[in-house]
Design a binder for this molecule. Structure first.
Ligand code: NAX
Length: 327
């Protein structure tokens, strides 16, 4: 039988955690033949709630679930971990300045990066979901010098899936008819969902829609979908965020389909003018267990301007955390 894979989930008692853990334990993260051991990391006040979720996981009698450890100690949570889903983060409170938000998250992601560096398995893969996701990933990565930088990623797969869904509804096509969509930049309102390199049944997606719809409707709807969900649901996206995290890791481990790509925030190697070292969203394929940036795409002036604006925001976030001594 296959050895179990250790999966660490931070913020396990939160709403994304609740939507995520059952899917991991049922085999949807790594496949139906891979047993898993779960490590749940929470802050002390939320350990009891995480224990309650663990009781429910027990009550599912999942055949693939080989154990659940719950802790408030990052060192223990990441010891030997193969897949680390960093979901827990400090939300922006009313009146909080950006610097305060970055500092509060630095207090979370710096020690978690150090704990990953100290104890994670050699093949560790890290996905940061907690916001500001790209910069939190950068902070963790900066404190894990012994882990290849490419193992640190941040989630833009939810934005990618939102864009697929909006375009499929607009054109009355199946989501599977759409290929090569890209989210560029930061997981924030500046993100750029690119239809110029995307295809619908083999034809350029941007040419199948009115330019006004693309500019005035599609781009802002995708970028502001999180706020629209909060407005409608009275709570932020949780099941769809968990679903995107599952997609991100599943594809990373198992590969992306031939003739298509997906979106993930990965460490830039300078591709497409994105400064080296920034964790920015790109078109990526996964081959042999590694995410690689798709090369050679044409970027027109319209796309260039939007990518640059989002990357500028990321650069400012990086400079801010540098100034705070967090990286
Ligand atoms: P919740 O507030 O429901 O849960 C967060 C949990 O994290 C809480 O249980 C809290 O106790 C825990 N936590 C806080 N600090 C921790 C630490 N140092 N170690 C371990 N656990 C800690 O938030 P939820 O709705 O689950 O969202 C989690 C994060 O995902 C938020 O930062 C949110 O902004 C972010 N999102 C990111 C998305 C993306 O596409 N990248 C989309 C969905 C979501 O908004």
């Amino acid at each position: 039988a296959q050895a179990p894979v250790n999966v660490t989930v931070t913020g396990a008692a939160g709403q994304i955690g609740y939507a995520l853990l059952f899917r991991i334990a049922s085999g949807q993260l790594l496949g139906a033949n891979t047993p898993v051991k779960l490590r749940l990391l929470e802050i002390p006040q939320a350990v009891k709630a995480a224990e309650g979720t663990a009781m429910e996981l027990d009550d599912c009698a999942f055949p693939l679930l080989q154990g659940i450890d719950i802790t408030d100690d990052a060192k223990k949570a990441f010891d030997g971990t193969n897949v680390a889903l960093l979901v827990g983060a400090r939300p922006r409170a009313k009146g909080m300045e950006r610097g305060d938000l970055l500092a509060a998250n630095g207090g979370i992601f710096k020690p978690q990066g150090e704990a990953i560096n100290a104890g994670a398995a050699d093949d560790v893969r890290v996905l940061v979901v907690g916001n500001p996701a790209n910069t939190n990933a950068l902070i963790a990565q900066a404190h894990a010098p012994d882990v290849p930088a490419e193992r640190f990623t941040a989630m833009t797969r939810l934005d990618h899936n939102r864009a697929l869904s909006q375009l499929s509804a607009k054109l009355g096509v199946a989501v599977t008819d759409i290929k090569k969509l890209t989210i560029w930049g930061n997981h924030s309102a500046t993100q750029y969902p690119d239809l110029f390199n995307a295809e619908v049944n083999g034809k350029v997606a941007a040419e199948q829609v009115e330019q006004e719809w693309l500019r005035e409707d599609f781009i802002p709807t995708v970028a502001k979908r999180g706020a629209a969900i909060i407005e409608a649901r009275g709570a932020s996206s949780a099941a769809s965020a968990a679903n995107a995290a599952i997609d991100h890791i599943y594809d990373w481990v198992n590969g992306t389909p031939e003739g298509d790509w997906t979106s993930a925030a990965v460490v830039s190697d300078g591709s497409y003018g994105v400064p080296e070292g920034l964790i920015s969203s790109f078109p990526v394929v996964s081959r042999n267990g590694r995410y690689e940036i798709v090369q050679g795409l044409e970027i027109d002036a319209f796309s260039r301007e939007r990518i640059d604006a989002s990357v500028k925001e990321l650069t400012e976030e990086r400079d801010a955390v540098k100034q705070l001594g967090l990286i």
